[in-house]
Design a binder for this molecule. Structure first.
Ligand code: BES
Ligand code: ZN
Ligand code: ZN
Length: 502
């Protein structure tokens, strides 16, 4: 897909060439001056007239009229040199790749050095290119009847740069692509309807991922889960005809199984709310209630590709949350795998129940640092909106590492507190150790506080992606639907992870 090349020449034949342009003054200097000359200075004129725009994220196309070897030139507006960030570059490139896709371009060249400014080095730019290419051109294969016409897509991108060793650039392109592809796998899983992705299907998917990357795979089926006494997980599955699966993947990148990072993802394949049933509008879209599981699986794919020197255990409790004569009910008291008893006040607060047992199981597998990801509460949307993932923690240092990874991935997170008084509310039950729904005030925090009861003393960060796992609007790096959020953050966290307290 990506070919790294040196010494671009105007006569080189490509379907198109892509050039980054900075705003004011927009100059065709250095390598680009000969390009402007080939057009008798007309490119400068087109910039002046606004036909070629250097405004941030603008994409302009001109025909070359055979003045150079390539048929077309695509200009990517990068805005002010001093204001360009990695995030903005990724978005500007996302818009470019969307345009190339619409125009059915199969082959093109990109002059990487024209994108460098403001401390952006060629390796960062190469990463941005391949990651945004993968993400921006992602499309969910729908169930519409198709025409037989084969889709034209970008098959070959020649990346020209004179500043860095080609092998290093190639490596950066591979890494960026792995991040994008892992995100796309997460998106694909979230976009699958509940009837197409049951817990059993998700377990099969995890097994395949495991054999692709040589992960150790453990799938607990209903009997195993019963034997282990995971009463909270089982309660959520009780009304379903689909058996539950506890999915475990282990990646060992160190000699010894120590400093283990536990990634735990909520895998509810469809959430009806159970007897605390959702409304007819609120229920639509609940196929995405396994967004946390998808993020963890997407991250594991990236980890499998990049093989960092870390140890990771991924744990995914998967089931749907259904209603039937055998379903669990409000007022039921259940016993979790940890032994803590829970008074069920709301069957729609099922995510924290399955996560409680999964977090305990991750610890059983040696996890010393925990990050859970879940489409957990509507409350987080009320608190933070649709662009920001809610974060809660019991450990500042681990949180800092997650925050840094999230910033680098361009997936904003913001912290909500868990105070003693919050913990008291989840511990408030006359007949059990905990209750699963202390009321609607601050309920994103209540969900976090509940899971924290099972993390106990283990450093832990909780990420509530109810608002960010899907989007109704198309954006620079993807279509509407699943975003694959947190797959990249988790993978980056693992790549960069420094064990705490050493
Ligand atoms: N899966 C939902 C949370 C959710 C809401 C995800 C909107 C995506 C979009 C979760 O299981 C749930 O129903 N939470 C309840 C908790 C309440 C009963 C305490 C909620 O947020 O209303
Ligand atoms: Zn629910
Ligand atoms: Zn749910």
């Amino acid at each position: 897909m990506f070919q790294v090349k040196r010494d671009f020449e105007l006569g080189n034949k490509h379907e198109g060439i892509v050039i980054g342009l900075f705003d004011k003054p927009t100059k065709f200097e250095g390598e680009l001056s000969s390009l402007d000359e080939a057009f008798d200075g007309q490119l400068t004129e087109l910039v002046k007239s606004g036909d070629i725009s250097a405004k941030l994220k603008a994409v302009s196309k001109i025909h070359s009229f055979n003045k150079i070897g390539s048929k077309r030139i695509w200009f990517v507006g990068l805005g002010k040199e001093k204001e360009l960030t990695f995030d903005l570059l990724r978005e500007a490139l996302g818009k470019l790749f969307k345009e190339l896709k619409v125009n059915k371009i199969e082959e093109t060249a990109i002059l990487l050095d024209s994108f460098l400014a403001n401390g952006m080095d060629s390796l960062d730019a190469a990463h941005a290119i391949s990651e945004s290419f993968a993400m921006a051109t992602y499309e969910f294969e729908s169930y519409k009847q198709k025409s037989n016409e084969p889709e034209k897509r970008l098959e070959s991108l020649s990346v020209y740069s004179n500043f860095t060793e080609p092998e290093e650039l190639q490596a950066s392109l591979t890494v960026g692509y792995a991040y994008g592809a892992g995100t796309n796998s997460a998106r694909m899983l979230v976009n699958l309807p509940g009837n197409m992705l049951t817990a059993t299907d998700m377990a099969e998917y995890a097994k395949e991922l495991g054999s692709r990357f040589d992960f150790e795979v453990e799938i607990l089926d209903k009997e195993d889960i019963e034997k282990l006494g995971m009463g909270a997980f089982l309660a959520v599955n009780q009304g379903s005809t689909e058996p539950p699966k506890m999915i475990v993947l282990k990646y060992q990148g160190k000699e010894e199984w120590k400093d283990v990072i536990g990634l735990v993802g909520k895998g509810i394949t469809f959430d009806t709310g159970g007897y605390s049933i959702k409304t007819k509008t609120g229920i639509v879209g609940m196929k995405s209630d396994m967004g946390g599981a998808a993020a963890v699986l997407g991250a594991m794919e990236i980890i499998g590709e990049l093989k960092p020197e870390q140890n990771v255990v991924a744990v995914i409790p998967s089931t749907d949350n259904m209603i039937s004569g055998s379903a669990f009910k409000p007022d039921d008291v259940i016993t979790s795998y940890s032994g803590k008893t829970i008074e069920v006040l709301n069957t729609d607060a099922e995510g924290r129940l399955v996560l409680a047992d999964a977090v305990t199981y991750a610890k059983h597998h040696g996890a010393q640092f925990l990050v859970d990801v879940a489409t957990l509460t509507g409350g987080v949307i009320t608190a933070l909106g649709l662009n920001t993932t809610g974060a809660m923690t019991n450990n500042e240092e681990l949180f800092e590492q997650v925050l840094e990874a999230a910033i680098e991935a361009g997936e904003p997170i913001w912290r909500l507190p868990i105070f003693e008084k919050d913990k008291e509310r989840v511990r408030n039950s006359k007949i059990a150790d905990l209750n699963n729904s202390p009321g609607s005030e601050g309920h994103a925090i209540m969900a976090g506080a509940f899971i924290g009861e099972f993390a106990e003393g283990t450093p832990w960060v909780h990420l509530d992606i109810a608002g960010t796992a899907t989007t109704t609007k198309e954006y620079e790096l993807g279509p509407s639907g699943a975003t694959g959020v947190m797959a990249r953050t988790l993978a980056l966290l693992v790549e960069r992870f420094e064990p705490i307290g050493e």
